[in-house]
Write a new protein. Structure first.
Lengths: 423, 352
């Protein structure tokens, strides 16, 4: 068993949705269901800070139900649904709709709100009203807030509501026309590029704004070496910043675009191998707080087009854990890696137990039973047609993964047993 | 990507009736990038082109090599010379030619590029010649259909047949000067040849293909452009030198290759004005005077006279612009023949 308080060998008894007894040799009560976790790690359910569930508006790509099922299969017991739906989550009504859709899903569906109305970057969204409904994270993800004065006001206003603003860092003037990382491959392939600086300039700008306002900022899907360095410096200074990276930015580079396959088109784009290396270092030295999937389903007919016409984004929920284990743990599954996927993002999302939530463990008597059981050595092949998502745009099609989620328990219910969704 | 042709095999020869070219064995093949060819692949195409240049000089410049084959020109971008050149090439090979413009097709009714291409392919097509505004579109078409695909220019990426006809033209002129036929001349003439490529390299598919071809053949490539019209990275490009000073480069080059200023690709935003561009990078009559004796002037067309090339310079004897166009047909015949000439006739099991 692995959680924030360390590793130990134990049986776990779950009763009425809560952890009952924990310890070696717990007696099995009569009539109890026994889930075999031999050779496995039992850990708090994973928490994804960055999930696009596409509902409302793009149900052909994903729904809350299918996305939550994919999440459960990936070991997640909570996801934060991004607000770039249609309509976007910039009102209590839309937030309520998504929360209602999440009732009865196979994991907790938390909702992120938009920072600005229509995610247009001009007028502030009702941050206070949404916060009063329990929304803890706000972002215009899909785009960054371009106007620095608007972002300043948002950070100042949000201070009073115990919420975190999260930025998709991308300067549109530099990035707008691009379809992949600007550099060696974009120049060879003749594809308009997105320079690393388009991200880094906004990271630097927002760090300055956090300093100016005393606000709190989470950086979404950082993709470049210098972004990580900027965040490290901001943390050293004591500023309230956190950062996430994605599994794909920890593993894939712009060289994947050599065949113009739009499945590798993603925003921020896959960068250079030096960036991949720096992100991995950032995960191990504590600069990076979380790995988040940026699970971005797109219907097959939209993705199967020319590189410039296809929308950016790739699936992530069901492959995140093995990809991250391979990239960061050297195949080993330990508390450092699981912390990036569970208890650290739970805190950023405001879902940890001390924040009134039920995510991120630790696994102890009386705790809500949100648990993930991982077989770190099991291998499986990624078949896009067998994923729970409505879409197929996984960059890992046909690849063999090492590490599999064997069981997932959400509030005590075994929603995944032996790597099969139970509903 | 597969190679257009293997390096092995006998040299092509010309019979009075038709070129006889031994087939290169292998499955379905495409021409998507010059990078696939290597020096041997380019040399082979140039040799086969010689045979078709000869065909072009006949009173009836037509051979039955691709009779019964269907070639579709699928153009999603304005083009006059490339389209006519490919269609002329296919017709001189006796292929049936279907001409297809995406802007007038059902793509406008919302059909996806994939559906459109698959629909056309279902009619029985042996080769698609694809011109598209999106880099990589021919590669996508090659993924979707079984037919051969020839890249006739994709976005800023490549325009392989343009580079091949440029290579052919240079080799032809150098052979003429040496007083020997170009046929059988090989590609040794390119080794150490100093080629300046001038202008909008950033947005130029011609430049990308030409740089790769010249690099493969051992030429020295000098890129001359304002900084804003160079690609963001030249890593991996076989380029000897980058210069911002055309006057300094001109006396030392064997070929001055002028690129068209691609104002329709937004080049205007990369420059203060067209006038400023032509002031520093246009080949004016004064600048042409800086060229060494025998240096060649080339341009892929269509020319912006008075911008990248002065009217007087275009008319100089060392300007090869029209010769490039006329060689284009023979080189495209060679490419289509080498892709399609060996495959069995569908449904009959008969080899060509």
């Amino acid at each position: 068993m692995v959680d924030a308080s360390g590793e130990r060998l134990a049986d776990v008894l779950i009763r009425s949705g809560q952890v009952g007894e924990v310890g070696p040799g717990v007696a099995v009560p009569r009539g109890a269901t026994v889930l075999d976790a031999g050779g496995c790690l039992v850990c708090p359910g994973l928490v994804d800070l960055h999930t696009h569930l596409r509902q409302p508006g793009a149900e052909e790509a994903e729904t809350v139900e299918t996305g939550a099922r994919a999440a459960a299969l990936g070991g997640f017991t909570a996801v934060v649904a991004m607000p770039n739906t249609d309509p976007p989550v910039d009102s209590a009504a839309v937030a309520l709709e998504v929360l209602a859709l999440g009732e009865g899903a196979t994991c907790l569906v938390a909702v992120a709100g938009a920072i600005t109305m229509g995610r247009a970057g001009e007028r502030l969204a009702p941050i206070g009203e949404l916060a009063s409904m329990g929304v803890r994270l706000f972002t215009d993800d899909g785009t960054g807030v371009q106007d620095v004065a608007v972002m300043r006001r948002a950070l100042e206003y949000a201070r009073g509501f115990d919420v975190t603003l999260a930025q998709h860092c991308e300067d549109e003037a530099l990035a707008r026309a691009g379809h992949m990382h600007e550099g060696e491959w974009s120049s060879r392939l003749g594809v308009p590029g997105i320079p690393a600086e388009a991200e880094e300039m906004m990271v630097a700008r927002d760090i300055a704004l956090v300093r100016l306002t005393g606000g709190r900022m989470h950086f979404l899907h950082l993709s470049t070496a210098r972004s990580v360095a900027l965040v490290a410096a901001a943390k050293a200074e004591g500023l309230a910043v956190t950062a996430e990276v994605t599994p794909h930015h920890l593993t894939l580079t712009h060289a994947e675009l050599a065949g113009y396959d739009p499945v590798f088109k993603v925003n921020p784009p896959l960068r250079a191998d030096t960036d991949v290396a720096a992100l991995r270092v950032g995960c191990s030295d504590g600069t990076v707080d979380a790995v988040a999937t940026d699970h971005a389903p797109h219907a097959p007919e939209r993705k199967d087009d020319t590189l410039d016409a296809a929308p950016p984004g790739m699936l992530g929920l069901q492959t995140a854990l093995p990809v991250v284990l391979g990239a960061l743990g050297g195949g080993k599954c330990n508390g450092a890696v699981l912390g990036l996927l569970s208890w650290r993002p739970a805190r950023i999302a405001g879902l940890a137990r001390h924040q009134g939530g039920d995510q991120g463990g630790p696994i102890e008597p009386g705790a809500p039973a949100n648990i993930c059981v991982i077989d770190p050595t099991a291998t499986w092949e990624v078949d896009p047609l067998r994923l729970a998502s409505r879409s197929r745009n996984t960059p890992w099609a046909g690849r063999t993964m090492t590490g599999q989620v064997r069981h997932t328990l959400f509030r005590g219910e075994p929603v995944v047993v032996d790597a099969e969704a139970q509903r | 990507m597969t190679r257009l042709a293997g390096s092995e095999g006998p040299r092509p020869t010309v019979s009075p009736a038709a070129p006889v070219v031994e087939p290169a064995k292998g499955g379905r093949r495409h021409l998507l990038s010059v990078a696939e060819l290597g020096a041997e692949g380019i040399a082979e195409i140039l040799e086969v082109s010689d045979a078709f240049v000869e065909v072009g000089r006949r009173s009836i410049p037509k051979v039955p090599s691709l009779r019964g084959r269907t070639v579709v020109t699928l153009f999603a971008e304005q083009s006059t010379r490339t389209r006519l050149s490919f269609e002329t090439a296919a017709k001189r090979l006796s292929a049936d030619v279907l001409s297809f413009s995406l802007d007038t097709s059902s793509v406008k009714k919302g059909e996806s590029l994939r559906d459109t291409v698959e629909t056309v392919a279902a009619m029985g097509v042996d080769a698609f010649v694809v011109r598209h505004t999106s880099a990589g579109a021919p590669a996508a078409v090659a993924r979707w259909v079984d037919a051969s695909v020839v890249n006739a220019g994709d976005g800023w990426h490549e325009h392989p047949t343009q580079a091949l006809l440029d290579c052919y033209t240079i080799r032809q002129v150098l052979a003429e000067r040496a007083g020997r036929p170009s046929q059988g001349a090989g590609v040794g003439c390119f080794v150490g040849l100093r080629v300046a490529i001038v202008g909008d390299v950033r947005h130029s598919r011609v430049a990308r293909s030409l740089v790769l071809a010249m690099g493969s053949l051992g030429a020295e490539v000098i890129l001359v452009a304002p900084g804003s019209l160079l690609p963001p990275s030249l890593e991996g490009w076989p380029v000897t030198e980058v210069s911002y000073d055309l006057d300094a480069v001109l006396p030392h080059v064997d070929v001055c290759y002028l690129l068209r200023l691609q104002s329709e690709r937004g080049a205007g935003a990369f420059l203060p004005s067209v006038r400023e561009y032509s002031t520093w990078y246009g080949l004016t009559a004064r600048r042409a005077g800086l060229l060494g004796d025998g240096a060649l002037v080339m341009h892929p067309g269509p020319m912006n006279r008075g911008v990248e090339i002065a009217d007087d310079v275009a008319a100089l004897p060392q300007s090869l612009v029209l010769r490039q166009v006329s060689n284009g047909v023979a080189v495209r015949m060679a490419v289509l023949f080498m892709l399609l000439g060996q495959a069995p006739v569908p449904g009959t099991g008969v080899s060509a």
